[in-house]
Design a protein around this ligand. Structure first.
Ligand code: ATR
Length: 275
């Protein structure tokens, strides 16, 4: 009898993670003999957890806050996205080696492909926020052919550091010029936690945005953030953060369980009910 394939998500804390629900939905839908388990791993234990993985029974797993940079440091092989972003959210075995990948940029792009398919025609973007999530979005935009990214952040030094990392297409800016930069953007992306339940909204006026501009948020709770509501009121196309969350899970599932799952309306409903 074949052995049950086991995958994990490791974080600290881990109770908030929606990943078990997403992968559990696919395992049931596809009738796969597998499991996907949430592991609370404290930062001090994380390096030895990764070192022990090749000899463990895990097929691989996801890594979430606060371990994404530590996971990058703990493995010697990375995929192209993880290398560019400097963070790992997915681990799998290739032969006897552990590989760290990053599927956040893929998830962002795949969600826009689904929701706002014209986005790849754009060349100018406004990205708000310069944290870990922002690095994945910038990588996705450069891959898609964007040539000018205004990168607005409260702490401008962090935006400057990302300009150093990603090159001359990135233009650091302060948050007080958002409305002007929005006027020139094909795509406007919020990568900060602003607008999340319990957080203040991101202050941006879409009045000057172009009619065909697209707005995307990485926040998914609530689904309709004040940022996306403002964009919709202006008549812009929008893509919410839940779609990115669902799509980023696809490549990992395929690596561990050897079947490519689909992001369906039924999966979306399952997660929305849990938000
Ligand atoms: P993540 O990995 O999710 O991107 P992060 O690295 O903590 O998280 O980055 C959070 C982003 O949200 C940053 O751009 C942060 O701005 P700073 O670099 O100035 O800290 C931004 N952010 C968080 N709270 C904010 C607030 N109240 N106002 C403006 N920006 C905020």
């Amino acid at each position: 009898m074949a052995e049950t394939i086991r995958a994990f998500v490791a974080g600290h804390p881990i109770g908030h993670s929606r990943s078990p629900l997403i992968h559990g939905h696919w395992l049931a839908e596809l009738g796969i003999d597998g499991s996907y388990e949430a592991l609370d791993i404290a930062p001090a234990e994380f390096p030895s957890f990764v070192t022990g993985l090749p000899a463990s029974g895990w097929a691989g797993g996801n890594v979430t806050i606060p371990h994404k940079e530590a996971a990058f440091a703990a493995v010697s092989r990375h995929d192209v996205a993880a290398e560019a972003i400097g963070a790992v959210n997915t681990l799998w075995h290739e032969g006897d080696r552990l590989v760290g990948g990053n599927t956040d940029a893929y998830g962002f792009a795949a969600n826009l492909d689904e929701r706002t398919p014209g986005w790849r025609d754009g060349t100018r973007a406004l990205v708000i926020g310069a944290g870990g999530a922002s690095r994945a979005i910038i990588f996705a935009l450069l891959e898609a052919g964007f040539t000018h990214v205004d990168l607005a952040n409260r702490t401008i030094a962090r935006a400057e550091a990302l300009a150093g990392r990603f090159g001359p297409a990135i233009h650091p800016a302060a948050l007080d010029t958002l409305d002007d930069m929005a006027a020139n953007a094909d795509l406007i992306v919020n990568t900060t936690a602003l607008g999340m339940a319990g957080q203040p909204p991101l202050e941006i006026d879409f009045g000057s945005a172009r009619d065909d501009a697209i707005a995307a948020d990485i926040v998914y709770a609530p689904l309709l953030t004040p940022f996306l509501a403002g964009a919709r009121a202006r008549g812009l196309q929008t893509a919410d953060g839940l779609g990115m969350l669902l799509h980023q899970a696809v490549p990992g599932f395929e690596r561990w369980f050897c079947v490519r799952p689909t992001v369906t309306a039924a999966l979306r409903r399952t997660i929305v009910e849990d938000l």
